[in-house]
Structures are given as structure tokens and as C-alpha cells.
Design a protein around this ligand. Structure first.
Ligand code: SF4
Length: 328
């Protein structure tokens, strides 16, 4: 069952430097029980797309001139503010990177969790608190009963992120969007939090959109990946195929930048240059100034996202060579 379908989404921002086209014709979908990882460097449009789905874009200066965001087949962009508010939190929940700034520092975590049940389900204080403890246990916070009255700063970064996950899960949404949920955590805690998210997603049969800049963290949890660059999807593929034979030089560069034990002692690869300023995106393929495989045509012609195999797409004029090169 398709939960969410983003169709030809465009998002612009009016800035002092002119119109910034932050998202340019993005298409993706998520099924129940499926994890889509959306990958890209900062400024690629991955978080802006998520904010458009959640209905939390600042408009103005943001604007959605074109596109559809279908949730259970209904276009959320055509809904009233009230209809969208009912979906947000209850049907689609979001987990942000920075738990400390997302939680209220002067309220206990138990109060903040219980608030979800009081406001949305009309539960009484005592019942809501019992549900809060249950949720804290669900996300494996040790001694949940004793810690329900602690404040956010009394928890470690990993535990705070578990509380954010608990808050997202509270109303048993159909879809969770996790925006860089583990970026602020150290590697071991990152792995634990990702494992927890994946377990809960299976248990609740939710859809999950995992937004990240780090290909290394999604290999074990994602079903499919959409790679974004300069506001567009440049590659999309089931996770195994993408890791085995990337069809876009940018994806290939990201994969080569992941530290690997079998390359110990070797210098770590880094994609040269920086992502473009979105107010002055290069013409042709936006990746061409950084691409080791760029040729003349890349500077003038924008490559469309072409189908390059079963469930796979690449926006590179030379995708076949990229795949062959990796497969060789
Ligand atoms: Fe590189 Fe050209 Fe492919 Fe763009 S179209 S990724 S510049 S080879």
C-alpha cells in the first residue's frame, strides 16, 4: 500500500540574491513498512522536501509553485490548514536532529510525552503518565518509571534521541520522517538508535523516510535510496543495487568516502569542491564542476532522471559507464 507519493514537487524561496529553487521536480514514494533513505549534502533539498511533506515550511519566503504530495492518495497541498494539522503528529510524525532544542528544557520528559496523550486522546493525567512510561520502556530507556520525572538535560544525547522517537511514535503514525536523527551522536550510539528505529518500524509496520548525509548509516536499515543533489534526485535505487553498482558519479563518490576497514592506512576519498550555492546553480548537470567524469555535454545539457534498470533511475549522461566501471 502506497502511503506517501511526492509528485513533481518544486519549492522556491525568495531571497535577497533572487529566487532560489531549492527543490526541482522531486518524485518519490513510500509504502507501509518500507524505509526510504533520502541522501544528500547540506543544501541538496532533502530537508526542504521533508518540511513540505510535514507542512512546516515557512511560507513566505517559501512557495510551492508545482507538485503534489499524496498521503493515502489525497493531495495534502490541496487540504485546509486544519486538515493538515490533524495529519501532522498523528499520522505523519517527524524526528529532528537536535533533541535538546526540540524538547522543552523546563518540563520533564514524562510531562512532554504525557501531553501527547492528554491533548490528542483526552487521557487523564495518571493514565497519560502511565502511557508515557510504557513508551519510554518501548524505546528501551532503562529504569523508565524512575526517570519519567527527569528533565531533558539529565539524559545523554542517545537517550534524548530515544525520547524524541517515543514522542514521534506516541500516536502510532503511519509514517515517520527522521531528519538526520543520529548525526549528533557518536558512532556506537548512532548504530543503537538506528537499530531501535528499524525495530519499531517493523513492529508498527510504519513507513519511514530517513534523511541523512551519511550513506554509511543507512545500509542496514533502508530498502531504497534517493540521492539528492542541488534540489533534484540524481539517483534512486534499491539499497543493495545502489551499494553494489552506483549509477551516478556523485553516489559513487559518496560511497568511496565511507571509511572502510579493508582500506585501513589509505587516504580517505573526498569528493572535490563544495555543493553549489543554490542561488547560482551551474548550468547543465549541476554536479559537473565536481565530477571526475564530466565532459563537454555535461556543462550544457541537464541529464533527466532516466530509468536505468528495475526500480533504478540515474540523472547522468554517462550512467552506463559508471555502472560498468563499478561492476568491472
Ligand atoms: Fe558527471 Fe556528466 Fe554524469 Fe553529471 S552528467 S554526473 S557531470 S558524467
Amino acid at each position: 500500500m502506497t502511503l506517501l507519493e511526492v509528485r513533481d514537487l518544486h519549492v522556491d524561496f525568495k531571497t535577497r540574491d533572487g529566487l532560489v529553487k531549492a527543490v526541482n521536480g522531486v518524485n518519490y514514494s513510500v509504502e507501509a513498512g518500507e524505509t526510504l533513505a533520502v541522501l544528500g549534502e547540506s543544501g541538496s533539498g532533502k530537508s526542504v522536501t521533508a518540511q513540505a511533506i510535514m507542512g512546516i515550511l515557512d511560507m513566505p519566503p517559501g512557495r510551492i509553485p508545482q507538485g503534489e504530495i499524496l498521503f493515502h492518495g489525497n493531495d495534502m497541498l490541496a487540504m485546509s490548514k486544519e486538515e493538515r494539522r490533524k495529519i501532522r503528529g498523528a499520522k505523519i510524525a517527524m524526528i529532528f536532529q537536535d533533541a535538546l532544542s526540540s524538547l522543552n528544557p523546563v518540563l520533564t520528559v514524562g510531562y512532554q510525552l504525557a501531553e501527547m496523550f492528554r491533548v490528542h486522546q483526552g487521557l487523564r493525567r495518571k493514565e497519560a503518565k502511565a502511557k508515557a512510561v510504557e513508551l519510554m520502556e518501548r524505546v528501551k530507556i532503562p529504569a523508565a518509571k524512575a526517570r519519567v520525572n527527569d528533565y531533558p538535560h539529565q539524559f545523554s544525547g542517545g537517550m534524548r534521541q530515544r525520547i524524541m522517537i517515543a514522542m514521534a511514535l506516541a500516536l502510532e503514525p503511519d509514517l515517520i520522517i527522521a531528519d538526520e536523527p543520529t548525526t549528533a551522536l557518536d558512532v556506537t550510539v548512532q548504530a543503537q538508535v538506528m537499530e531501535l528505529l528499524a525495530d519499531l518500524q517493523r513492529e508498527y509496520n510504519m513507513g519511514l523516510i530517513l534523511i541523512t548525509h551519511d550513506l554509511g548509516v543507512v545500509a542496514d536499515v533502508a530498502d531504497k535510496i534517493a540521492v539528492m543533489y542541488a534540489g533534484r534526485i540524481v539517483e534512486t535505487a534499491p539499497v543493495k543495487e545502489l551499494y553494489r553498482t552506483p549509477a551516478h558519479p556523485y553516489t559513487k563518490g559518496l560511497l568511496d568516502s565511507i571509511p572502510r576497514l579493508d582500506r585501513k592506512g589509505q587516504e580517505l576519498y573526498a569528493i572535490k569542491g563544495l555543493p553549489p550555492n543554490m542561488a547560482t546553480v551551474p548550468g547543465g548537470c549541476a554536479f559537473h564542476p565536481r565530477c571526475p567524469a564530466a565532459r563537454d555535454v555535461c556543462r550544457t545539457e541537464l541529464p533527466p532522471l532516466a530509468e536505468v534498470g528495475d526500480g533504478r533511475g540515474s540523472a547522468c549522461h554517462f550512467w552506463k559507464e559508471t555502472i560498468d566501471d563499478r561492476a568491472a
